[in-house]
Design a protein around this ligand. Structure first.
Ligand code: COA
Length: 196
């Protein structure tokens, strides 16, 4: 059981509209289809023009059984797979990197990403006793920046002229959220909302 009404049962953690469940090998085809849309790929990995299905499948096989990696399907309840989420442990002492994708642009901006990120953070801070969660995004990806910052992440670093997209260079921006900040965020929510 995770805080604030979230439940983890058989690898699934559910919020009100979205759940995370274990990523299955057959989900890679959906992943590939989402990343075949240039608008989606640009936000996700601006350094390549396309990502072959075989590459995604191989990368999945390489990481699937690692204790330092976990991938989830983002499910719009009751059961529609709409995205992908992952954590990677980058330091033994509890530092994790996360990635998140809502696969269809027509589903962006509806709050699903925020709900999925909150579930991922609950899995990491509650389930894995994470000390820090970090993420990387591109300067032009305003929605992603807003997503992480509104969840409490702080900008920790910028890599200038790191990607070339739409005729110009952009920064890569790294953000991080510490355990104490996450706990503080929950404290604020409790004080303001009052459902325990
Ligand atoms: C980034 C992504 C996961 C966000 O998920 P989403 O469901 O679209 O986002 P949400 O609707 O939950 O909104 C998240 C925040 O962005 C804000 N937002 C929504 N649309 C926005 C826009 N066009 N510009 C700026 N901010 C925007 C929301 O208001 C919200 O902030 P708030 O909580 O302060 O209100 C999703 O858009 C996506 O998968 N994009 C492509 C892949 C990607 O960029 N991944 C992140 C890098 S790993």
């Amino acid at each position: 059981m995770h805080g604030r009404g979230r439940m983890e049962v058989g690898g699934v953690i559910a919020g009100s509209r979205v759940a995370l469940r274990a990523w299955e090998p057959e989900d890679n085809r959906s992943y590939w289809a989402w990343l075949s849309d240039p608008e989606v790929l640009k936000m996700f990995d601006a350094s390549v023009d396309q990502i072959p299905l075989a590459f995604l499948e191989q990368r999945y096989r390489e990481r699937a059984f690692s204790p330092d990696f976990r991938a989830y399907g983002v499910v719009l309840l009751p059961q529609e797979l709409i995205g992908w989420a992952r954590w990677t442990r980058v330091r033994e002492f509890g530092v994790y990197d996360v990635g998140l994708l809502i696969g269809r642009p027509d589903l962006w901006g509806k709050g699903y990403g925020r709900e999925a990120l909150d579930l991922l953070l609950a899995l990491l801070f509650d389930g894995q006793a994470a000390h820090k969660v970090q993420a990387t995004t591109f300067e032009f990806n305003r929605r992603s920046l807003r997503l992480f910052q509104s969840a409490g992440f702080q900008v920790e670093g910028e890599s200038r002229d790191d990607v070339y997209v739409d005729g110009r260079f952009w920064k890569t921006i790294r953000l991080g959220l510490l355990r104490g900040e996450y706990a503080g965020r929950r404290g604020e929510a409790r004080g303001g909302g009052g459902c325990g």
